[in-house]
Write a protein that binds this ligand. Structure first.
Ligand code: PMP
Length: 285
C-alpha cells in the first residue's frame, strides 16, 4: 500500500507531499506537532493529544487549521488510507506560508500536515533488560511545555545518547535537576517507594503518557510526588524509568554508566508498565 500524506486539504502520495519554501515551519520552526500512537487502528489517548495540540497552538497564537471534528476525520482517514493497524500518526501545524519576516504575517493560513507510519512492536529486550541514559545540560528555551517543532537541543542530545550507546539523554538544569529526556519524561522511584517526576511547568513537556500514567499511579494507590529530582537522587534511586508515546514505559537501569538499584528493571516500574499497556490495549482513552 503506497504511503499517503495529508497536506492542507489534499491526500497526496508521500513522496510528492510538500510545503512551500516560505512555510514558517521551515524558516522559523514556527509550528507545533503531536505524535499519537495507533493500536488496532485506533488512536491512543486522542483527547489528551488534541487538548495538548490546542494548548500549544494557543500559546503561540496560531489559529487551529481545522475544527476538532474535522481534524478527527482527517486523522482517521490518514490511518485508513495508509492501512496502519499499529504505528503512529504525526500531526504538524505551522503558522503558514508568508514572505520571510520574523513578526507574525498579517495574512497566513496555518499549514496542516498529517502522516501515518506503521511500526513493529519494540524489541522486547528494551523492557526486559532496561535501558541506559546519559545526562546532558538542558540548553533549551523556557517554554518546553509547548510542543514546538524547534527541536535542535533535543536532536543534539539524542545524538549524544546514540554516540555513547545510551537509549536516551536526560537533560539537567543549572541547579542539577533532571527536567526530562530529549523525547520522553523522566521518573524515579525512591527508597521508600514514592514515584517522582518533574512537575508539569514550563521546563518540561507534559507528556500524554505521563498524564495517563499519573492517573494509573493514583488508581494503584502508589505515592506520587511531582517534584524535581537531581542526578544524584536518580543515581541513588531504587528504580528509574522513562515514558513516551513511542517508548511506552521503559525501565532505566543505568545513568551515566552507574547502575540504578540492582541494575535490573524495578518491580514497581514493571507493574506500572503492565498497567499502562493494559490501558493502551483497552483503548479506554
Ligand atoms: N518530553 C519531550 C521533550 C518529548 O519530545 C516527548 C515526546 N513527544 C515527551 C516528553 C513525552 O510525551 P508523550 O508521552 O506525549 O509522547
Amino acid at each position: 500500500m503506497p504511503r499517503i500524506a495529508y497536506v492542507d486539504g489534499a491526500y497526496l502520495p508521500h513522496a510528492q507531499a510538500a510545503v512551500h519554501i516560505e512555510d514558517r515551519g521551515f524558516q522559523f520552526a514556527d509550528g507545533v506537532y503531536e505524535v499519537i500512537a495507533v493500536r488496532g487502528g485506533r488512536l491512543i489517548d486522542e483527547a489528551l493529544h488534541l487538548a495538548r495540540l490546542a494548548r500549544s497552538l494557543g500559546e503561540l497564537r496560531i489559529a487551529p487549521p481545522l475544527g476538532e471534528a474535522a481534524l478527527k476525520i482527517v486523522l482517521r482517514e490518514t490511518i485508513r488510507r495508509n492501512g496502519v493497524a499499529r504505528g503512529s500518526l504525526y500531526v504538524q501545524v505551522t503558522r503558514g506560508t508568508a514572505p520571510r519576516d520574523h513578526a507574525f504575517p498579517l495574512v497566513a493560513e496555518p499549514t496542516l500536515v498529517v502522516t501515518a507510519r506503521r511500526a513493529r512492536p519494540a524489541d522486547p529486550r528494551l523492557a526486559e533488560e532496561g535501558v541506559a541514559v546519559v545526562t546532558i545540560a538542558d540548553i533549551r528555551w523556557r517554554r518546553c511545555d509547548i510542543k514546538s517543532v524547534s527541536l535542535l537541543p533535543n536532536v543534539l542530545g539524542k545524538q549524544e545518547a546514540r554516540e555513547t550507546g545510551a537509549f536516551e539523554a536526560w537533560q539537567v538544569d543549572a541547579a542539577g535537576r533532571v527536567t526530562e529526556g530529549t523525547s520522553s519524561n523522566a521518573w524515579i522511584v525512591t527508597a521508600d517507594g514514592a514515584v517522582v517526576t518533574h512537575p508539569a511547568d514550563h521546563a518540561i513537556l507534559n507528556g500524554v503518557t505521563r498524564l495517563a500514567l499519573i492517573d494509573l499511579i493514583r488508581r494503584e494507590g502508589c505515592q506520587l510526588d511531582e517534584r524535581a529530582f537531581t542526578v544524584a537522587d536518580a543515581k541513588a534511586a531504587r528504580e528509574a524509568f522513562l515514558t513516551s508515546t513511542t517508548a511506552d514505559v521503559l525501565p532505566v537501569v543505568r545513568i551515566d554508566g552507574s547502575p540504578v538499584g540492582n541494575g535490573h528493571p524495578g518491580l514497581l516500574t514493571q507493574k506500572l508498565r503492565a498497567a499502562y499497556l493494559a490501558h493502551v490495549a483497552a483503548g479506554d482513552a
